[in-house]
Design a protein around this ligand. Sequence first.
Ligand code: PMP
Length: 423
Amino acid sequence: TAALDLETLRADFPILGSRIGDSALVYLDSGATSQKPQAVIDAEVSFLTTANSAVHRGAHTLAAEATELYEDARATVAAFLGARPEQLVWTSGATAGLNLVAYAIGNATAGRGGDEARRFALAPGDELVVTETEHHANLIPWQELAFRTGAVLRHIPVRDDGTLDLDTAASIIGERTRIVAFPHVSNVLGIVNPVAELVALAHAAGALAVMDACQSAPHLPLDLPALDVDLAVFSGHKMLGPYGIGGLYGRSDVLEALPPFLTGGSMITTVTLDEASYLPPPQRFEAGTQPVSQAIGLAAAVRYLEAVGMPAVHAHEQVLERRLRDGLRSMPGIRLLGDAAGVERVALSAFDVEGVHAHDVGQFLDARGIAVRVGHHCAQPLHRRFGLTASVRASAALYTTEAEVDVFLDVLSGTRAYFGVGR
Ligand code: PMP
């Protein structure tokens, strides 16, 4: 894999040249949202300027052009994930994708979707399994589904070193398990979870494996069918794309049998005043007017990542990951969350600065141009597990340089002294 030409690549991201006060911006918050290359901004502007029109309706030339661009975007993004176009449902993001699945399963439980959907129906006492590391987006929809159906929510614990306790997972996942939901990569720990083991446990129990790929899709080459997950979600804005677009990937037999969540226009075949029949996936899950320019922008993001090459992105980010983690690990007064050795990771680390509140660390860094995320990162149970209410998270992307990581580490190393903590 050839090394990335960072200087050229960074020039594609207009915001990276910004200054924050007197300092050059060091953007280490890509885990929250990535920056966007000009090609993505241009793709949306160009669509809105020259081809904007409603898709899948209207007999006119622009409508046909818009539909073609929109469906090409689906094919591009699906292929990026190793999937076929009909396996990709557009959603507004990962949160919407996970709610779609949970509500659709609730509808199946209520008897919707006919015989085919009965495989998803939950009975009181059936079990939904998540992990202790979950982002709230992959936790609360399952809590709500459990409330509505009488199912029981269980969790795979996380060990002190940040790895999932697979022994306990094997004892929890059993014949009552219907769903095993987990993140490919935790948005706090940065650890790549053992997907094959989790999927094997789920499938041996006859459960659906649902994967949150938010923090892996921008960083690793992904082949969702090869990972054998049944359903997976991602957010476009975390992978160089626009806001308001993301996706739900599903195995074809799963999507075909799943009843819809949102209902309305564009997802039906025949409607009477009493009932409606639904289109096959993906349209069955895409009620209402769709985020067309955003989908086209996301396809531009994926083309950008493909042109750079995901193996090259991954290789570069692995260098950043080691530099970041080694620097944090050797810094006095820093407690890294999930410091397991010998696990695969992405370049994202959350940590506690002993004696200084995360929000103070965030302000101290910001005053020197460094953007990090502070708080619980929508993972309160995980923070509680580690005895914290908040942490500081630094997260990189393909455009992050080693020099930026060094600036961050250098500034961070002065934090405790600045606040009069430690020596
Ligand atoms: N899961 C993970 C692991 C995340 O990092 C995020 C975003 N912080 C989400 C889900 C939710 O994504 P969105 O807000 O784009 O729906």
